[in-house]
Design a binder for this molecule. Structure first.
Ligand SMILES: Cc1cc2nc3c(=O)[nH]c(=O)nc-3n(C[C@H](O)[C@H](O)[C@H](O)COP(=O)(O)OP(=O)(O)OC[C@H]3O[C@@H](n4cnc5c(N)ncnc54)[C@H](O)[C@@H]3O)c2cc1C
Length: 388
């Protein structure tokens, strides 16, 4: 059994701590604030295999298979529901692009199909079909409750002996050559150290700070924090907008009914580079812009009250694909998840834990695609479709 430190108590860190414990590792999990306080508790709940490249389609196909069994495995209600994702095309060129994406997704067993607006209206009764020509529909995509999912993973991880330390910030490392030998952390104002055999950087937007602490270049994995926001309405009768509905050409705007209370979550690609890693102040331009798109998609929403607006980070690499893999002999990273870290977590956590313990994984994760050193080599991937 080796001692593994996981840095970051978001869904990726917590799920990986759980997977490491399953493999018999002695895990200490550091979270500088409270678990989920980074991007995870601010996300839009969405889970999809509708990506536009092979690596992300295959990873998400597998991740959804894990999601399907997660309630049973973790023994908690996490409110995972396969209510689908519906992308909407506004031009003939987009319909052609959808067809090509569908062919790719079908090739890897994702059952997306092109649907007409009559069928779209059956799926989303309050949809304004008029601006749209066709939809890309995958009924296996879905949503889950981020709070319940993270707590379920954390509960089971602790049960298996994971030492989860909240309000405990990693502040430094001890290193011999390419090996990290100890992690230094601050808790209740006191700095202490723990000897470790391996470390995972799962700090997402904060990952470059951790890389720098280790003695790597801060931008070896160039992750930047972008402020993304959501608005939520009061609860509506269920069944109005159960899938995530998104016309990508409308600035990636989307709506989805929260699986928990039926409020409609409205998002859009109206983003701001974060002024600092504390900048989660919601903005008025987002409120106006996101609501305008939401009402164009579903006009009856004008009768619903907005009850909340909040912001969090999309931690973005230049190609919007995460960095997953090894940075030094015993120092690993899984960070930079843009708008898709929640949905990927079950697959990524398993893959990373297996990589750290066994040196290989049975998860269909293309290590070359997500290679953390690709930026240094100037090898960007095609941009991952980024919305939630
Ligand atoms: C508005 C919005 C909507 C989104 N919608 C979706 C969606 O629908 N579907 C989806 O899949 N994804 C979505 N995302 C993205 C998703 O939230 C993230 O990709 C995911 O939560 C990343 O998880 P993580 O564990 O990597 O990072 P985080 O949840 O950010 O966790 C990283 C943690 O590291 C901790 N940390 C940092 N530095 C230190 C340190 N020195 N010591 C100890 N701890 C430290 C932080 O406090 C933080 O809690 C959305 C994001 C936003 C903002």
């Amino acid at each position: 059994m080796s001692k593994v430190a996981v840095i970051g108590g978001g869904i990726v860190g917590v799920a990986t701590a759980y997977e490491l414990a399953k493999l018999g590792e002695d895990v200490v999990l550091f979270e500088k604030n409270y678990s989920g306080s980074g991007s995870t508790f601010r996300c839009a709940t969405g889970i999809r295999a509708q990506f536009t490249d092979e690596a992300n389609v295959r990873l998400m196909k597998y991740s959804i298979e894990r999601w399907e069994k997660l309630e049973e495995e973790l023994g908690f209600d996490i409110n995972f529901r396969q209510t689908g994702y519906l992308f909407l095309a506004t031009s003939e060129e987009e319909v052609e692009a959808f067809k090509s994406n569908i062919r790719l997704q079908n090739r890897f067993g994702v059952p997306t199909r092109l649907i007409d607006m009559d069928e779209a209206k059956e799926i989303v009764p309050i949809l304004n079909t008029e601006p749209f020509l066709a939809g890309a529909w995958n009924p296996k995509d879905g949503k889950a409750n981020p709070f319940k999912t993270l707590f379920a993973y954390l509960f089971r991880a602790k049960e298996m002996g994971v030492d989860a330390r909240e309000h405990t910030e990693v502040v430094g490392f001890e290193r011999e050559g390419d090996e990290i030998t100890a992690v230094k952390y601050r808790s209740k104002g006191k700095v202490e150290r723990v000897k470790v055999d391996a470390v995972l950087n799962a700090a997402n937007a904060w990952a470059p700070v951790i890389n720098e602490m280790v003695g790597l270049k801060r931008d070896i994995v160039p992750i930047k924090a972008y402020k993304h926001q959501l608005i939520k309405t009061e609860p509506l009768e269920r069944g109005q907008v159960e899938p995530l509905v998104c016309p990508p050409s409308w600035n990636d705007a989307y709506i989805i009914q929260d699986g928990e209370d039926g409020g409609v979550i409205c998002g859009a690609g109206i983003e701001h580079e974060a002024k600092s890693l504390n900048d989660v102040e919601p903005t008025y331009d987002f409120l106006r812009g996101a609501l305008r798109y939401a009402l164009m998609m579903a006009p009856p929403l004008k009768y619903a009250h907005v009850i909340r607006q909040w912001a969090g980070f999309y931690a973005k690499t230049p190609d919007r694909n995460p960095a997953i893999g090894k940075l030094l002999n015993n120092f690993y990273i899984a960070a930079g998840f843009s708008g898709h870290g929640f949905m990927m977590a079950p697959a990524v956590a398993q893959a990373v834990a297996e990589l750290m313990v066994k040196g290989r994984s049975k998860v269909p994760l293309d290590w070359g695609w997500y290679d953390p050193y690709r930026f240094e080599r100037g090898e960007l991937r095609t941009s991952a479709f980024q919305i939630g």
